[in-house]
Design a protein around this ligand. Structure first.
Ligand code: DQA
Length: 147
């Protein structure tokens, strides 16, 4: 069965209480529940992870090779800084979709830069928690899953 890894980066664990005016009040656990329902509907397996540590995220990406077929990545602030995460995605040669809850391009200029975009097949941002199921559907479509 096709398997998709959803990987979340720093501070995403605080969703629900973190700057609700920017990120809303939905928790990461609620987003995971929605993702699991979407994955079941699409007929794909789902792994859902979060880490505040760049190295742990890199290890997760390395471990995804041969296990998962695609990666949906909300790298949080590492999106704008991490050449190491970009290299990790490029190294495992798995399709990746960059996602954000907020529309990073409507925010501060430092959020307009993304190292992850350079190694992603596409980007979904600005739809709040709905960015996640949208990305799962996009990845399933990219992988040829028909449901
Ligand atoms: C974010 C956007 C990033 O700029 C920010 O650092 C985050 C969250 C988002 O989902 O909107 O931590 O990735």
């Amino acid at each position: 069965m096709t398997s998709i890894l959803v990987l979340n980066g720093p501070n995403i664990n605080l969703l629900g209480t973190r700057q609700p005016e920017v990120y809303g009040k939905t928790t990461l656990s609620q987003i995971e529940t929605t993702c699991r329902a979407t994955a079941a509907e699409l007929g794909v397996e789902l792994a859902f992870r979060q880490s505040n540590h760049e190295g742990v995220m890199i290890d997760e990406i390395h471990a995804a090779r041969g296990v998962h077929d695609g990666i949906v990545l909300n790298a949080g602030a590492y999106t704008h800084t991490s050449i190491a995460l970009m290299d990790a995605i490029a190294s495992v040669e798995l399709p990746a979709i960059e996602i954000h809850l907020s529309n990073v391009h409507a925010r501060e200029p430092f959020r307009h830069v993304s190292y992850i975009s350079k190694v992603s097949i596409g980007i979904i941002c600005g739809f709040g928690p709905a960015s996640y199921p949208l990305a799962l559907r996009a990845m399933a479509g990219h992988l040829g899953v028909t449901a």
